[in-house]
Design a protein around this ligand. Structure first.
Ligand code: FES
Length: 386
């Protein structure tokens, strides 16, 4: 109803009195179709953030002697959510009595996800990855988290010239980033240095050669053998300078911790800002302690109480998984906060440089079990994963 102020105030009052009957009339004449049960915004949010998904292993491909690619599809027929190239997912399955989860970088492109296809390149190292190599077969079902992570290109933060340095199986996020660039999802100038011991340890060789044909600069660096057309040695500052302008680049590193330490020491003399070097997070490992003590871990979860053993050299999350408890986890590196749990009592130590808790978490006694090792018997309150 249009309202224009009248010259005399009492006329406004008369019009105001008519407002209720007019509104009733408008409501009576309105459509009587029921309100929608879902809204497009909510549906889109659910597609982008489905939480946990049940997935089926639909393909296994050998990449090297120790590395295989595993392809999954969602079993509910929906496609995987669109993600930023460089992201990871956490994969979960039951192995004997344990309910084990591991985080893996995605090797396929964001556009592949929309075709209900998601690939992980997995090296045969560690409990879960060895299970994947030796026992997992096409048709097996797994639980997978939605793609997550901060290891991706950010227009406002990063230089348009990105330098990616991969070591061994650390190549996977860069395959996704290169595909994403070639498919037009991302826009940057990418140079990829891929360090391996020998030529036969290069994973995704065919894809990388094809990617190189299409405009991504790919430099293979072999440390243990000299091969024509390949660089020899390590990804040193001198080698980087041969191909890129270090000062005007943003670096993305993915590989073993030795690779990170080496690249950081090589780049130290350039005084690059912190934001110019990103490294992918790795799972918090077991500590190297001889004859570790065993503590009692009391876990409160969904109104139930469990008493389980926890070794001094393992994280609380690993102890819970070994006991078959469905504790939440994603990054397993202290950064995402997904495993966030309340400490009731006990002493603990957090892995060096992995305390990703906020100030409020510390103040109100919350911990991240994925990076917390026991120092005494402990009691924690943990949300159930799903
Ligand atoms: S799983 Fe990410 S912080 Fe623990």
């Amino acid at each position: 109803m249009k309202f224009r102020r009248q010259i005399f105030g009492f006329l406004d009052m008369l019009r105001f009195k008519k407002m209720i009957p007019l509104r009733r009339e408008a409501l009576a004449n309105g459509a009587n179709t029921p309100l929608p049960e879902t809204y497009r915004t909510n549906e889109l949010a659910k597609r982008l953030h489905p939480g946990y998904m049940q997935v089926e292993l639909v393909g296994v491909r050998k990449l090297t002697e120790t590395m295989k690619e595993f392809t999954f599809k969602r079993v509910d027929g929906d496609s995987f959510p669109f993600f930023r190239a460089g992201s990871y997912v956490a994969l979960q399955t039951k192995i004997d009595e344990s309910l084990v989860t591991r985080a893996y970088s995605i090797a396929s492109s964001p556009k592949d996800a929309l075709r209900n296809r998601l690939c992980l390149g997995i090296d045969k190292a560690g409990y879960f990855s060895t299970y994947m190599h030796d026992k997992a077969k096409v048709g097996d079902l797994f639980i997978m988290t939605e793609p997550s992570g901060e290891f991706h290109y950010e227009t406002l933060r990063d230089s348009k010239n990105i330098v990616c340095v991969a070591g061994g199986c650390g190549i996977t996020p860069f395959i996704s980033m290169a595909k994403s660039l070639l498919e037009g999802t991302e826009d940057y100038n990418m140079t990829l240095f891929y360090g391996c011991r020998t030529k036969d340890k290069i994973a995704y060789k065919e894809e990388l050669d094809e990617i190189a044909q299409k405009g991504v600069k790919v430099v293979y660096v072999l440390s243990d053998e000299k091969v024509e057309g390949y660089e020899y040695g390590f990804v040193s500052a001198a080698l980087l300078e041969k191909y890129v302008d270090i000062k005007s680049s943003t670096f993305f590193l993915c590989g073993p911790v030795q690779l990170y330490n080496f690249i950081y020491s090589e780049l130290a003399k350039y005084n690059l800002p912190n934001k110019a070097i990103h490294k992918d997070a790795s799972s918090c490992p077991n500590l190297d302690i001889k004859d570790p003590k065993t503590f009692n871990l009391t876990v409160r979860m969904n109104d139930l109480v469990y008493n389980i053993p926890c070794y001094e050299n393992e994280t609380l999350l690993v102890a819970m998984e070994r006991a078959g408890l469905n504790a939440p986890s994603k990054c397993r590196a202290g950064g995402c906060g997904f495993c966030h749990s309340k400490l009731i009592k006990g002493d603990y130590v957090i892995a060096a440089n992995r305390d990703g808790r906020r100030g409020a978490d510390k103040k109100f006694n919350y911990i991240h079990p994925c990076v917390t090792y026991p120092k005494s018997d402990m009691e924690i309150d943990v949300p159930v994963a799903y």
